[in-house]
Design a protein around this ligand. Structure first.
Ligand SMILES: Cc1ncc(COP(=O)(O)O)c(C=O)c1O
Ligand SMILES: N[C@@H](CCOP(=O)(O)O)C(=O)O
Length: 462
C-alpha cells in the first residue's frame, strides 16, 4: 500500500513516511492508493471482539507490514488501555433507534484521544527506529492540542508546538494544554482564530527551511494516521448494532471534517452505512456546500461549540478527491478557486456526495435548547458539540430508517460555560483532573504572523 496526494503531483509515500509528515509537497493531503476491503465475513467475525482487536484488524492493511504484527498489536493495546471505559468507546442507547457513541473516555475527554493516543506511539516507534528527532506543529481550536500533548509528551524525540486561538478556547481546554510543564511542550496563544493557526501550520509544511533540516510532523487530521485510527470506531459501532446484516447511519458534529471522513472510509471499506449526517454549528460552510452548493468562505463566528469554530475544513479535500473520481488536477483547480472567490462544486460530484451525506446547521440558541431537552428526555448531559449532532440526528431520523448513531465528541465538563448557560450548575471534572483549575500554566502569546511563529519554534526546539 502506498499513499498518494489529493492534488496528484507529490511523490507517493510508504505508511511510515506518511505518518512522519503532514501536507504533501504539492499542497494536498495523503490518502491510501487503494482502499482495503472488509468482507461481510470479516465484519461478522468482529462481533464480540475487544475494541483493541477490532482496531488491530481494521488498521493492519493500512500499516502494510511496515510494523510487525506483534509490535503493532502491542502499540494498539497500550493506546486503548489509557481509556477509562472498558469498552473504550461505549454505545449508549437513547431510545429505540438513537444511540450515542461516547468518544470522550480518553485522557483528555474528547474524541481526539482515540487517534492521538495511537499517533504518539507510532511516532515514538518510527523515530526511535530511525534514531531521529522531529518537531510537531499543531493547530487547535481546543481539543486536538491537549490530546496531542497527552499522546506525544512522553516521546523524548519530539518537541511539540501547539497553536491555539487566544481567548477562544474554553478555560478547561486551555488549562489542559498550558498546565503541562514538560520541557518538550510549548503552547502558543495566537492573536487570531483557528483558521489563522491552521494556515500557519500548513504554510510551515510548505517551507520547512526554518527548521534547518529537522523533520516537521503533523498531529492534526491532515496526518493520515489520525483518519486511520478514527475509522475503527465506526466499524466497531456498526458491528455492535448488527453490521454486516443491518445498515446503520451516523450523525457527526463536524468542522475540520476528519471525523466524518473517517466514517466515509469505513463505508468505502465495506461497512453498510445508509447515510452520514453532517452537523455544523453556525460556521456552516459544510452545510451550505451540501444543501445549496455554496462553497464559499464566510467570516468565522464565535459559537458555544468553539472547537467547531472553523471555516477552512481541511479534510473536505479528501472527500472532494473521491467525489471528483480521484482527479487531483480538478481538486487543485477547485481549491485554488475556493481560496480566491466564492465557488461551487460540479453538479456530478455534488450529486455523488448528496447520495450519501445530508447536513444540518445548529445555532447557539438551539444548542442550549438541545442540552436542556436531551437532559430532560434521556438524563444525558451533552457537550455543546454533541448537541449539534443530537439535533441534526433528530431532524434527519424521519428520513432514515436505520439505527442512528450520533457521535458524542467531547465530555460536557470541558465546556462548563455552555452547560451553565443552558441552566445547569456545571459539571465536575473527573478525578484525574480535579485540581486542573489550580495548576500552574505556561504559554506564550504571539501575533498571527508566520515569521514570528516560526522564529519561536526555531528558537525553542531542543
Ligand atoms: C468536540 C469536537 N467536536 C467536533 C469536532 C469536529 O470534528 P472534525 O474537525 O473532525 O470535523 C471537533 C474538532 O474539530 C471537536 O473538538
Ligand atoms: N476541533 C479541532 C480542530 C483541529 O482539528 P483536527 O482534527 O484537524 O486536529 C481541535 O479541537 O483542535
Amino acid at each position: 500500500m502506498r499513499y498518494i496526494s489529493t492534488r496528484g503531483q507529490a511523490p507517493a509515500l510508504s505508511f511510515e513516511d506518511v505518518v512522519l509528515t503532514g501536507m504533501a509537497s504539492d499542497g494536498g493531503l495523503y490518502v491510501p492508493e487503494q482502499i482495503p476491503q472488509l468482507s461481510r465475513d470479516d465484519l461478522a467475525a468482529m462481533a464480540g471482539l475487544s475494541y483493541a482487536e477490532i482496531a488491530f484488524q481494521v488498521m493492519k492493511p493500512f500499516v502494510n507490514g511496515e510494523i510487525d504484527d506483534d509490535t503493532f498489536r502491542q502499540i494498539v493495546t497500550e493506546a486503548y488501555a489509557t481509556f477509562s471505559h472498558d469498552a473504550v468507546v461505549p454505545l449508549n442507547q437513547l431510545d429505540a433507534n438513537h444511540f450515542l457513541l461516547e468518544l470522550f473516555h480518553g485522557p483528555t475527554l474528547a474524541f481526539k484521544d482515540v487517534a492521538l493516543q495511537l499517533l504518539g506511539r507510532l511516532l515514538d516507534h518510527f523515530l526511535q527506529k530511525r534514531g531521529e528527532r522531529a518537531v510537531i506543529m499543531g493547530a487547535t481550536s481546543g481539543d486536538t492540542g491537549s490530546a496531542a500533548i497527552e499522546g506525544c509528551r512522553h516521546c523524548d524525540n519530539l518537541d511539540i508546538f501547539i497553536l491555539h486561538p487566544h481567548n477562544r478556547v474554553s478555560e478547561v481546554q486551555r488549562r489542559q494544554m498550558t498546565s503541562v510543564l514538560a520541557d518538550n511542550v510549548f503552547n502558543v496563544a495566537i492573536e487570531g482564530n483557528f483558521d489563522d493557526a491552521q494556515a500557519m501550520v500548513k504554510a510551515s509544511f510548505a517551507d520547512q527551511a526554518f527548521l534547518n533540516g529537522t523533520r516537521l510532523v503533523a498531529v492534526n487530521s491532515i496526518n493520515w494516521a489520525r483518519i486511520m485510527a478514527q475509522i475503527v470506531y465506526y466499524v466497531a459501532a456498526g458491528v455492535a448494532l448488527g453490521a454486516p446484516h443491518r445498515q446503520v447511519s451516523f450523525c457527526v458534529p463536524s468542522a475540520n471534517f476528519g471525523n466524518v471522513f473517517a466514517g466515509y472510509m469505513a463505508y468505502r471499506m465495506g461497512l453498510p452505512v445508509k447515510q452520514f449526517i453532517i452537523a455544523t454549528n453556525a460556521n456552516d460552510i459544510l452545510h451550505r456546500t451540501l444543501a445549496a452548493n455554496d462553497f464559499s468562505k464566510q467570516a468565522l463566528k464565535e459559537t458555544l461549540a468553539p472547537s467547531m469554530d472553523i471555516v477552512v475544513s481541511s479534510n473536505f479535500e479528501r472527500l472532494l478527491f473521491e467525489a471528483y473520481g480521484r482527479d487531483g488536477q480538478a481538486v487543485s483547480e477547485l481549491l485554488e478557486r475556493f481560496q480566491a472567490e466564492p465557488t461551487a462544486l460540479g453538479e456530478a460530484p455534488l450529486e455523488r456526495l448528496r447520495s450519501l451525506f445530508a447536513s444540518h446547521s445548529v445555532d447557539d440558541a438551539t444548542i442550549l435548547e438541545v442540552i436542556r431537552e436531551a437532559h430532560h428526555r434521556t438524563k444525558e448531559l451533552l457537550d455543546p458539540h454533541t448537541a449539534t449532532g443530537y439535533r441534526a440526528a433528530e431532524r434527519a431520523r424521519a428520513d432514515v430508517e436505520t439505527p442512528m448513531i450520533t457521535l458524542a465528541t467531547a465530555h460536557p465538563a470541558k465546556f462548563a460555560e455552555a452547560v451553565v448557560k443552558a441552566g445547569f450548575p456545571g459539571v465536575p471534572l473527573p478525578p484525574h483532573m480535579d485540581d486542573l483549575l489550580e495548576r500552574e500554566e505556561r504559554y506564550s502569546v504571539l501575533p498571527a504572523e508566520l515569521d514570528k511563529v516560526q522564529a519561536f519554534v526555531a528558537d525553542n526546539r531542543r
